[in-house]
Design a protein around this ligand. Structure first.
Ligand SMILES: [Fe+2]
Length: 422
């Protein structure tokens, strides 16, 4: 079945030389505030040809080439109801009328920062290319990337063969290596929702974010717009996604101005939900554990907790989806806290966080008690599937094998056991 296919694909990838297009030319479809856009990155001097509904349509220049970015980024607004569209003669995957399969992943790039240098050249050590290939074979209707795309910030240490030859810095070579080249099959598989992570802050990969993936327009006078942009929503049949930019939200102390902004943003999403069910997509989780220190969980976000406490979390939000912590984690909170459960799916490729217990029940995180949940180790992604009774989230490993299935209820996520073989 799919398992054999995915395993064969992984084996092929593991021994392949770094694949690359003859010239850089990538395209994808993503949600933006108020609609949908086709986008393209090209080394050519002009935007690729496009069609909407079979008729020629001109892509507009989103970002002209600039320092570190010798590529053109183009955009094509896709009106609601468009039945077919294409870029460069390749048909685009437009939104399904009633999405049944939503793929979720995050924290996908290859870490290079000072002495921390992941083996970007070894697919077993940095598996995002395999993750994206396996995910694409599962034919999602929608892809949600929960943030942290860009990780190669400083040079590979001399003599380290694991990352030798890798580019670094906020430039196209890194965005191509960390994102566009490995993710290409998945970029073509379905429309995406792009959530901004802290690695897309302006002092990290923010310029590339602003040029390529930021759902807002690019402003050449401001090559990187600082984080915490206004939220927007994506309305699916029976489900609304609230997308928050929490890239710079301070974790270790309450930053009052940021907390005010986050509370306002949550209120905006709540207004858009207007009582309807919705999921909140935010890169940094609020009450979650990245690791343990002297028996206590660390990694919660004090600023977002201040924003969401005491009625800040909209009633309609049934589930929180985040990355940032490099693990797959589900946390249901004490009912007295009146909070939606948190799903963390930050196990897409960067160094894994291994320190949280498999059963996090009983942990107290910023005074909120975890009533039940689970923490699963290992790289991979989630596939959310819609059934008669609602949504289920199945984690898959880097070969695409299913590992564990959780049922997403109303303010409760219930996980089955981990499969013992794959
Ligand atoms: Fe992060």
């Amino acid at each position: 079945m799919a398992t054999k296919t995915a395993t064969a694909a992984f084996a092929a990838l593991a021994f392949a030389a770094t694949p690359a297009a003859a010239a850089d030319a990538y395209h994808w479809v993503q949600y933006v505030p108020g609609g949908l856009e086709g986008r393209a990155v090209t080394e050519a001097g002009s935007c690729p040809a496009a069609t909407l509904g079979g008729a020629p349509a001109a892509m507009q220049v989103r970002a002209a080439p600039g320092e570190g970015y010798p590529v053109l980024v183009c955009a094509l607004p896709i009106p609601a109801g468009t039945a077919a569209a294409a870029i460069d003669g390749v048909p685009l995957r437009l939104p399904a009328a009633d999405p049944q399969r939503i793929l979720v992943l995050a924290d996908t790039g290859c870490r290079m920062k000072g002495a921390k240098a992941q083996a970007c050249n070894d697919i077993t050590q940095w598996p995002f290319r395999a993750v994206a290939a396996a995910a694409a074979t599962l034919k999602p209707d929608l892809v949600i990337h929960l943030g942290d795309y860009h990780y190669r910030e400083t040079a590979c240490p001399a003599g380290n063969l694991g990352c030798a030859g890798s580019p670094y810095g906020d430039n196209w070579a890194v965005w191509r290596a960390d994102v566009f080249s490995p993710a290409e099959p998945l970029l073509l598989a379905a429309p995406w929702v792009m959530v901004r992570g802290n690695h897309e802050e302006c002092d990290r990969g923010g310029k590339g974010w602003s040029r390529t993936l930021d759902p807002r327009p690019f402003d050449p006078a401001q090559p990187c717009i600082p984080g915490n942009a206004d939220p927007y929503t994506v309305a699916l049949p029976g489900l609304t996604l609230g997308v928050l930019d929490v890239a710079t939200m301070e974790e270790d102390a309450v930053q009052p101005a940021q907390a005010d902004a986050a509370r306002r943003h949550m209120r905006q999403v709540g207004g858009a939900l207007d009582g309807k069910p919705g999921w909140l997509l935010l890169h940094r989780p609020i009450w979650s554990a990245e690791e343990m220190k002297r028996g206590q969980p660390i990694g919660a976000n004090q600023t977002l907790a201040a924003a969401a406490s005491n009625g800040g979390m909209p009633d309609g939000v049934t589930t929180l989806f985040s990355g940032h912590h490099h693990t797959f984690q589900v946390l249901n909170y004490d009912p007295a806290a009146n909070l939606p459960p948190q799903v963390v799916a930050g196990h897409g490729g960067d160094y894994a966080d291994e320190g949280v217990p498999d059963d996090p029940a009983g942990l107290s995180i910023l005074g909120v008690r975890v009533a039940s949940g689970m923490n699963q180790h290992g790289y991979g992604f989630l596939m959310l599937t819609r059934g008669a009774d609602g949504w289920a989230a199945t984690s898959h490993d880097v070969r695409g094998n299913p590992v564990r299935t959780c049922t997403i209820g109303v303010r409760m996520v219930t996980c089955g056991p981990q499969r013992t073989s794959g």
